[in-house]
Design a binder for this molecule. Sequence first.
Ligand SMILES: [Fe+2]
Ligand SMILES: [Fe+2]
Length: 196
Amino acid sequence: MKAIQKIRDEHRSISAVLHGLKQLARDAQDPKVKPDFAVFRAMIHYIDEFPEKLHHPTEDNYLFPPIANRVPAAQKLIDSLRAEHKEGAKLIRELERALVLFEDSGAGAARKFVEAVDAYADFHWRHMRKEEQEILPLAEKHFSAKDWDMLNEAFDVNRDPIAGIREKDFSALFTRIVSLAPEPIGLGSRWKKAGA
Ligand SMILES: [Fe+2]
Ligand SMILES: [Fe+2]
């Protein structure tokens, strides 16, 4: 069941970036700190595009439909997860707006930015938890061999040169985040503090 592992791994990557984003948004509340906005932009780009382009379409097209067919009682849960995929895209736009405001207007907008980050992170964690605790066990119980084949194939990005390139792009972006983000989130230098 490599597909289930792959879904869990992707949730871990998204979670890692969300954790980093939350911590750095908090660090940036200190008016003496000079944040590197490129790190915030790269992180938001990742949590926007990776689920949108790769992760959610796989769930929508290959994970949810077989469960809906075999477990009609799960339809409501699946509808709510699909709705959250759309809702997430909207929340990200708010997060981007809050970042632009923070970058343009400084400390006054820092609070609003951290609130938008927390709201998005809580929303996305709730969503991933629901999938891991309620949906993946249903797949493990009810998927047929053919369902697994189709889901595994969807993840076998090497068969699809376009998706393959996309996946490589995202791991390159993840690496960039790690190298840009200041320690202990990543490997970059700590953000400078005015007067320090
Ligand atoms: Fe999802
Ligand atoms: Fe997911």
